[in-house]
Design a protein around this ligand. Sequence first.
Ligand code: M1P
Length: 254
Amino acid sequence: MLTFTKALIFDMDGTLTLARQSLTENVEKELIRLCSKYKLYLVTGSNYAKVEEQLGLDLMLRVFDKIFCCNGTVAYNTNLDPDDEFGALEPEMIHKVDLTDHYSQADLNHITSVLLKYAAKNHTKYKTGTFVEWRGSQINFSLIGRNCTTEQREDYVKWDKKSGDRDKAIDFLESEFKGYGLSFRKGGQISIDITRIGWDKTYALNNISESPDDCVFFGDNIVPYGNDWEIAAKCSSSHAVKSPDDLLEILKTY
Ligand code: M1P
């Protein structure tokens, strides 16, 4: 079947930006160039606050058609009409699902308690706080804690590679929560995103008007148990990106 690319779908951390860092001017320029040729979408595991912090509201509204947070379980229209005097001025939430629609508070408390107990017993050089971050449709679980500094983060990345820290945690959680309908994916560098099965990044494709056959995906985590794995397989093609600089090289052909 002959297809041609209509839309480019980007992951954020590790792809458009370094983990939890702001967009560089070079990537910004490239997105501005590309948005006149293709529809651009952002599909990230992160929540909205982090996207706005890292990309900035002006660029979000200028280049992206839609922005999908928490794997698309919270979706925003960013293609606003500036000529509509009654229209939205900020990204409009167009879709949202929540774990509380599927689990009782008792279940959610139990999940949180198990995570905190696991973090308490687990060996890591630094325990920095915010081990469990509640995001509505997603629970983000970090064994070093989300309060870590960039240096501590880099140290954890090495430790995780050496020890398989997150892989072991995922094995434990999959067996502990068998039958709960939960999915555990390595989000970025220091955490595990916990959602409902099916709420991986392919969930965002439900709110994209183009067929996945006409979309190209760019992500740094296209590995089994990585959160870019499923969406990369669904799109017509994908690029495994090593860093924002690597992305700039790849984008030269678009
Ligand atoms: O966008 C990818 C991931 O970014 C963060 O991951 P980490 O802090 O582990 O590098 C998190 O926001 C995570 O939820 C998200 O999937």
